[in-house]
Design a protein around this ligand. Structure first.
Ligand SMILES: [Zn+2]
Length: 377
């Protein structure tokens, strides 16, 4: 891997003519190894090691790596175009379009910007030549420490033998929330966060394991994504929970429903094991969970006409066992005809995902680095 990186820079050094570099470089990268090579994106802000992706007969690179190296932040997106800005650069990409806009100038790429495995990617040439020729790399010797970025664990509820809520016509909560969560992940990654998922396919994972995955990776935020159901088919709306004693009987009943899967889990009896963190840490975690819940619910409220049920406390097992700020989002009721139709619609899921991603990002901007905030709300 390292040798390939070196080759790229040797070629960059000797082939200042960009066309020559493009013709010579790519065949060497693609033909000399079985492995897809890693490269280092050298931007004015940081040097970011990144893997490359073979796609459409050329090599692509995740835009997230470019954004981190160039200090770009996703400032506008509407599902069609994605605009990244820094103090001196505005990069606009449209998935499916070969043309990018850099500070208003049209730049033709080797292939269209595209989504691959949930990542927004562009042809590698953008990182090797197009951007460096306009924004020269800074004199940066050290790679940023790998734990510098914000890490988020997204948790699509249920999966495998546990379908979660089942809507009339067979719409399953586990499928709805997996698609929404994948979209949230893609959006957060292009903002430069490290994002993990407890599951990325239809498989059963115990609540204990979900919490353990987040704790082991020491992520900064845990977000569980669900869809709701109620015996009363008129119940509707979206709501976001944080862990604390239930704020009302309905929240308590919902926690019982979402925790029901515990009976499918081996040795779930230790669910009552005590949290031994110091009180100050628990308070900080609780406050940040409330900030995160508010932030996400605020964005959801903006994109849907479904009733806003607000943020609530409830004793969800998965939130109790996580050792970081954590929230659980209920994206609507599959037992309500109107909301079931919305949640079955891919455009609506997309809207919901964008709202959740925005809410998470707003929370991180305002509160995400204050891991022991205990100052109240
Ligand atoms: Zn659920």
């Amino acid at each position: 891997m390292f040798k390939i990186t070196e080759k790229i820079y040797i070629f960059k050094k000797y082939f200042r003519n960009t066309t020559a570099a493009a013709c010579c470089l790519l065949p060497i990268i693609t033909s000399s190894v079985f492995l897809i090579p890693a490269i280092t994106v050298r931007g004015p802000v940081a040097q970011i090691p990144s893997r490359t992706i073979r796609h459409r007969d050329t090599l692509y690179i995740p835009v997230a790596a470019i954004a981190r190296a160039y200090g770009l932040t996703l400032t506008e997106e509407n599902g069609i175009s994605y605009v990244f800005t820094s103090h001196d650069c505005r990069l606009e990409l449209r998935p499916g379009d070969r043309e990018a806009l850099i500070n208003g100038e049209v730049v033709e790429m080797d292939g269209p910007a595209d989504w691959v495995a949930g990542r927004l990617v562009v042809p590698i040439y953008m990182a090797l030549t197009t951007l460096p020729s306009r924004f020269p790399p800074g004199e940066i010797d050290l790679l940023p420490p790998p734990d510098e970025g914000i890490c988020i664990m997204l948790d699509p509820g249920h999966g495998g033998i546990d379908p979660g809520a089942v809507g009339e016509g067979g719409l399953l909560e586990k499928d709805v929330v997996l698609e929404i969560t994948r979209k949230v992940k893609a959006l957060l990654e292009i903002k430069g966060y490290d994002v993990f998922m407890t599951r990325n396919k239809d498989r059963f994972i115990s609540l204990q394991k979900r919490a353990r995955m987040a704790n082991r990776r020491k992520v900064d935020l845990f977000v569980s994504i669900h869809a709701n159901a109620a015996v009363n088919h008129l119940a509707q709306g979206t709501e976001t929970f944080y862990y604390a004693p239930a704020s009302d009987p309905l929240a308590r009943a919902l926690a019982v429903l979402e925790n029901a899967v515990l009976k499918l889990e081996p040795q779930s009896g230790n669910g009552n094991a005590r949290d031994s963190s110091p009180n100050e840490e628990k308070n900080g975690r609780l406050n940040n969970s409330i900030h995160a819940a508010r932030s996400v619910q605020k964005q959801i409220r903006r994109v849907t006409s479904c009733p806003d049920r607000g943020i609530k406390a409830a004793e969800f097992y998965v939130l109790k066992k996580t050792q970081m700020p954590s929230i659980l989002v209920e994206t609507g009721f599959l037992s309500h005809t109107g909301e079931r139709e919305l949640l079955a619609d891919s455009n609506y899921r997309d809207k919901m995902a964008r709202a959740i991603a925005r809410g998470i990002s707003d929370y991180i901007d305002l509160w995400g680095n204050r891991k022991t905030d205990s100052s109240g709300m």
